[in-house]
Ligand binder design. Structure first.
Ligand SMILES: Nc1ncnc2c1ncn2[C@@H]1O[C@H](COP(=O)(O)OP(=O)(O)OP(=O)(O)O)[C@@H](O)[C@H]1O
Ligand SMILES: [Mg+2]
Ligand SMILES: [Zn+2]
Length: 518
């Protein structure tokens, strides 16, 4: 007898339909699996055999042949177990093969027949819906993320027996439903900008970064609050749209980072990979292909603490995703594409000892120079804002000192500034939704400085030896400053502040006129 069960295979944050065709016949026990199944799938035979035994289905004296199609796509992971088991049950006539039609089955089997959660359920079901599949059964531990997909009737099951009886219509399976909001919910964060005392310049830079989508570099002594500030960037960004939440959740689901019971992620991610992270860990890779930190930080913040400690190759690998907003990871026969559009915040000390600019610094001037000279190249090119943090004043840290504005207030201004940018994009005036990604022609249209601003820019350019590229960055940031103010044009104060936010042009200009950064 023959039967076919349906399941889904992941490719990056996409999926494709996999049909599991099973043929059974009498003969000396054998279990063949064809169709580019990788080791993890071949191991499924052991789990499926054991789980079927729990249902008192013995495969002895049967020749089972399983063919998974499309045959030219690599099958990885353990999510095919349930479909495999049901295909076999269909072929053995323990389940009517007609009951398997049009239902997608996802789940790993435990040896005792329990259904274990699998990664990528959200993007897999989203694909199923696109392909016109309307019914699915998933493990109960994937319920929350499965419920985020609309347009597919998803039922949850705890055991293989549930699935069998459910398909036979002898046991009613529960539809997947959203659990009560886990954690704080959208807009409730564990940290808040109000906790940061002093550091007005850095708070302002963080707001500008959020408003225009500009990457930010912070240079400051130990304990100045660099990590604290970066951590609070996601709290001043606009709350995620449903579409963004689905994208971010899909990436975390594929990475296997959604805890059991976690539904749609409400908060923008914050990722802070250690500087020893591998290239694959940062931009994606491995087998099966998983998203890297730059994708896990999509829509949120990627924090590179101690930037100079990161290997050159590692930093170099970030260039392409930061340029394109997506990363393609290729392996033999497998090419996965992951979104990768985080805001990058980098931090470093001003010198090897950490205290340059204060009496505590013990570094000879040429060591400070060569330390800072290491700061160049591809990544810096993508960083529009560069600031220096002073040491926190003791007075600022006293509890009597006023706390700053809370995140919600700052976020309101960020939302306004982004609305102005979105309006220009949707009217077709510019081709980018955020000022940080405006092209040269767009810049000329919407960020051309008025006469006074032009004079400021020219004077600074001569004094600092600004490159044409740096010019563009100054204007992009100036445009964001105007948007934060609700101003239509770019004026002298905007340009002056934007120039001030390019620390490295200033600290490096006296070192070498040709060494302009960015
Ligand atoms: N501006 C600030 N307001 C309130 N507390 C602060 C501030 N800056 C630092 N702190 C306190 O000092 C601690 C260290 O700050 P943080 O780790 O952010 O510093 P850092 O600049 O990242 O230092 P390092 O260079 O050592 O990584 C924080 O946990 C916080 O308690
Ligand atoms: Mg730190
Ligand atoms: Zn020093």
């Amino acid at each position: 007898m023959q039967a076919t069960a349906l399941t889904l295979g992941l490719v990056g944050v996409d999926a494709h339909l996999v049909s599991v065709e099973v043929d059974s016949g009498r003969g000396p026990s054998a279990f063949h699996l064809v169709g580019l199944a990788e080791a993890a799938v071949r191991e499924a035979r052991v789990r499926v055999r054991a789980a079927l035994k729990q249902l008192e289905v013995e495969l002895d004296e049967h020749v089972i042949t399983v063919s998974m199609s499309p045959a030219d796509v690599r099958k990885t992971g353990s999510a095919f177990d349930v479909a495999l088991a049901l295909g076999i049950l269909g072929a053995l006539d323990r389940v009517d093969p007609a009951n398997l039609a049009g239902v997608v089955l996802l789940g790993e089997l435990g040896l005792g027949g329990q259904l274990r959660p699998v990664r990528g359920v959200l993007p897999a079901l989203a694909t199923a819906r696109r392909l016109g599949v309307t019914r699915a059964i998933v493990p109960v531990d994937n319920e929350a993320e499965a419920s985020a997909v609309t347009g597919v009737d998803v039922l949850v099951a705890s055991t293989l027996e549930d699935v069998v009886l459910g398909l036979r219509g002898e046991r009613a399976l529960r539809p997947a439903k959203m659990p009560g909001a886990s954690g704080g919910g959208a807009g409730c964060f564990a940290v808040d900008l109000a906790e940061i005392r002093g550091q007005h310049g850095a708070r302002r830079a963080l707001e500008i970064a959020a408003a225009g989508g500009h990457n930010l570099l912070m240079m400051g002594p130990p304990g100045a609050g660099k990590t604290m500030l970066a951590r609070r960037l996601p709290t001043i960004l606009p709350l995620m749209t449903q579409e963004e939440a689905l994208e971010v959740t899909a990436i975390h689901s594929v990475a296997g980072l959604l805890g059991a019971g976690a539904g749609l992620l409400a908060d923008r991610p914050f990722r802070a990979p250690h500087h020893t992270v591998s290239v694959a860990g940062l931009v994606g890779g491995g087998s099966p292909v998983r998203p890297g930190e730059v994708s896990l930080a999509h829509c949120g913040c990627l924090f590179l603490d101690e930037l100079l400690e990161f290997g050159r190759a590692t930093v170099e690998a970030l260039r392409q995703p930061l340029e394109d907003g997506v990363i393609a990871v290729s392996r033999a026969r497998e090419r996965a594409v992951f979104p990768a559009r985080p805001l990058v915040v980098a931090a470093l000390n001003p010198c090897p000892c950490g205290y340059a600019g204060t009496l505590r610094c013990t570094c000879p001037p040429d060591r400070v120079r060569s330390y800072r000279q290491r700061l160049s190249g591809p990544l810096l090119d993508r960083i529009d804002l560069q600031i220096a943090l002073p040491p926190v004043e003791i007075a600022d840290l006293s509890f009597a000192a006023a706390t700053g504005e809370p995140s919600a207030v700052v976020r309101e201004r960020v939302v306004q500034a982004r609305a102005a940018q979105a309006a220009r994009a949707s009217s077709g005036e510019v081709g980018a939704r955020l000022n940080a990604t405006l092209g040269a022609a767009d810049l000329a249209r919407v960020a051309s400085p008025d006469a006074a601003a032009e004079r400021v820019l020219r004077t600074a350019a001569e004094a600092l030896g600004l490159s044409a590229r740096a010019f563009g960055k100054v204007l992009r940031v100036a445009r964001t400053l105007a948007d934060l103010e609700g101003a239509t044009g770019v004026g002298a104060p905007h340009v002056a502040e934007a120039l001030h936010l390019r620390l490295l042009d200033r600290v490096r200009a006296p070192v070498a006129q040709s060494a302009t950064v960015g």
